[in-house]
Design a protein around this ligand. Structure first.
Ligand code: 173
Length: 321
């Protein structure tokens, strides 16, 4: 009888420990809103590889891929609704859900400083409430956006030009007199090839990834704003993780953000590569350049604050020096 009881207890104990071990590992379904292997997916892919290597028995990411798996402008909605658990996406791609998301491009302080000064906590509160998402990490910091053209200009006047945009560039290019056409990145090459647009907005990195250098004659300097691409986790998924799993992902997030300074040398290389590909730089006189840059930020903040006076003003305080 005693032996029988012991045996039952042992079996129950074993079943419990197996049950616990099985329940401990969580697999998150992940997507990126940029093509796989390209400039703004690369660091997320390094993050996925590291999580999968170090998170065995704890957290794994089942990486579904990029725009072939899900249209980029749908990714925000998929995170919010839990269709995916984790995503690499920029705020510009989900302004329909959270207009303030576009403010992150206007930050002038690093991701690390945003954690220190409370910006990250504030962003998280907002993203928790309005996006049903945890804002896990910001990648792509310190990378400016540029205007690329196929027609030469000698002053910052885009009258008569058609430009490919996302919400990042809309207000600025319109303020300069341009006509705008929104497309996802995957449609830029064809739009240039067919002459549907005379130019496009894009960061300093990545124009070679989809072959756009073949269809680009000029880059306007200086660059403006600051690329924000971040890792979001569906909030219901996040809340179901235990403390160990959350700590693990937060640690990986800090590591991901620690990669951001690598971009300085990537930018220098990319500028050389653009020049070697025959892309000429358009520069205005210093005074005009300063006005161009000031206009970018004035128009950018005015647009955010018009949409969201209170939160916009708070974000401005937290995100800028
Ligand atoms: O598609 C875009 O031009 C865009 O908005 C963006 C945002 C962040 C990184 C790269 C592109």
């Amino acid at each position: 009888m005693d032996v029988c009881k012991l045996l039952i207890a042992a079996i129950a104990g074993l079943a419990l420990s197996i049950g616990q071990a099985a329940a401990a590992e969580v697999t998150l379904k992940g997507v990126t809103s940029f093509a796989e292997g390209t400039a703004f997916s690369k660091n997320f892919e390094r993050f996925v590889a590291k999580v999968n290597a170090e998170g065995k028995g704890l957290v794994q990411i089942n990486y579904i891929g990029g725009p072939k798996a899900m249209p980029p402008f749908e990714v925000g909605n998929a995170v919010r609704g839990g269709v995916v658990d984790i995503a690499n996406v920029t705020g510009a791609f989900y302004t329909n859900l959270l207009p303030e998301s576009d403010a992150l491009k206007l930050s002038t302080i690093s991701a690390q400083d945003q954690r220190r000064n409370g910006a990250w906590d504030y962003i998280n509160k907002l993203w928790n409430e309005r996006m049903n998402a945890q804002y896990l990490a910001r990648t792509g910091d310190n990378i400016p956006f540029h205007l690329y053209l196929n027609k030469q200009i000698d002053k910052p006047d885009l009258t008569g030009l058609k430009l490919r945009i996302t919400p990042v560039y809309r207000d600025f290019f319109q303020a300069l007199g341009g006509q705008v056409v929104q497309t996802q990145p995957g449609e830029v090459y064809t739009a240039l090839e067919r002459g549907v647009v005379d130019g496009y907005g894009w960061p300093i990195l990545g124009i070679f990834d989809l072959g756009w250098h073949e269809k680009t004659k000029f880059r306007v300097d200086p660059g403006f704003y600051n690329v924000e691409v971040s890792v979001l986790v569906n909030l219901d998924t996040w809340k179901k993780l235990d403390e160990q799993q959350k700590d693990f992902l937060n640690k990986q997030a800090i590591w991901l953000e620690s990669l951001n300074p690598e971009t300085a040398s990537l930018i220098a290389d990319e500028m050389q590569r653009q020049s070697a590909a025959g892309i000429q730089v358009i520069r205005f006189p210093p005074e005009v350049s300063a006005q161009y840059l000031a206009k970018a930020y004035d128009v950018g903040w005015a647009s955010i604050i018009a949409k969201s006076p209170e939160l916009g003003a708070k974000l401005r305080t937290l995100l800028t020096k």
